[in-house]
Ligand binder design. Structure first.
Ligand code: ZN
Length: 265
């Protein structure tokens, strides 16, 4: 698979540079775009960098971008931009608004990151879409002049956005990752369940391994000692040679008998 990636516009502050608002389009297209290229190469995709940093005119910039794209037999050409003019979310432009999987996945993966899905739109009037030979899409990541979009962009970060786009290009739905709060919630649930299991195991252990008191010593509960002593002295319980063999129920029985003897006196 050969994919052409264009970081939209020339570099910031030159002829043909992008929109500036809460974000600088030329700078951010490069932050996202070069990460997309890196991630695609890691996925085994052959990447052609179709970025043009300097041109004397806007039309010259557009022509150089398309010339780079058309110099290779690309399977897909992707131009990365940021929107302006007020609005929120991600939109993708294709020739005649054609809906194809990678374009749909860009919108879906970006929505996964919290960006509003503005859908696929007709980009036939856009030079890079109209003139590139390969199937193409122009991604408007989000709005540079909408503060909430810029905040979300900064919070999510260029790397995650590049991951969302590169996954979409190779036809993958982005792997869902837990948010920090979901992670904390899950951790809390696991520790609560673990504590419950510990309590249950302890109960089961006690049932399977009842405490046996063989001697009137420190192991025996204080509340039972006097009663057990009385039972032994009166021959009510007799040791087996290896101890008295009393469990909790028998201790309690000794106590009941001892108290009963007192009331009968
Ligand atoms: Zn742009």
């Amino acid at each position: 698979m050969i994919v052409g990636i264009n970081c939209g516009h020339t570099v910031s502050g030159t002829v043909g540079s992008g929109a500036v608002g809460f974000l600088n389009e030329s700078n951010e297209t490069r932050r996202v775009g070069y990460k997309v290229m890196e991630y695609l190469r890691a996925k085994g995709v052959t990447v052609v960098d179709c970025t043009d940093d300097y041109s004397s005119t806007v039309s010259g910039n557009l022509k150089k971008i398309v010339d780079k794209a058309n110099a290779q037999p690309l399977d897909l050409f992707v131009s990365i931009h940021f929107n302006s003019g007020g609005g929120r979310g991600t939109e993708v432009y294709t020739y005649n608004g054609e809906v194809f999987k990678q374009a749909e996945l860009v919108c879906e993966n970006m929505a996964e990151l919290g960006f509003i899905n503005r859908g696929i739109k007709n980009g036939s009037n856009l030079y890079v879409i109209r003139r590139s030979n390969a199937r193409s899409m122009l991604i408007e990541v989000c709005f540079v002049d909408t503060e909430s979009d810029a905040d979300l962009y900064n919070e999510v970060g260029a790397d995650r956005i590049a991951e969302a786009i590169s996954d979409a290009i190779v036809g993958e739905k982005m792997e869902e990752e837990l948010t920090m709060s979901q992670y904390e919630e899950l951790k809390q649930m696991i520790s609560e369940q673990t504590a419950r299991v510990d309590v249950l195991q302890n109960e089961v252990y006690k049932i399977e391994n009842p405490m046996i008191y063989n001697y009137i010593d420190d192991n025996m509960p204080d509340w039972a000692k006097e009663a057990v002593r009385w039972c032994v002295d009166n021959g009510i319980i007799v040791g087996t040679g290896s101890g008295l063999g009393l469990d909790d129920t028998k201790l309690w029985t000794c106590v009941v008998m001892y108290r009963l003897s007192k009331t009968l006196k």
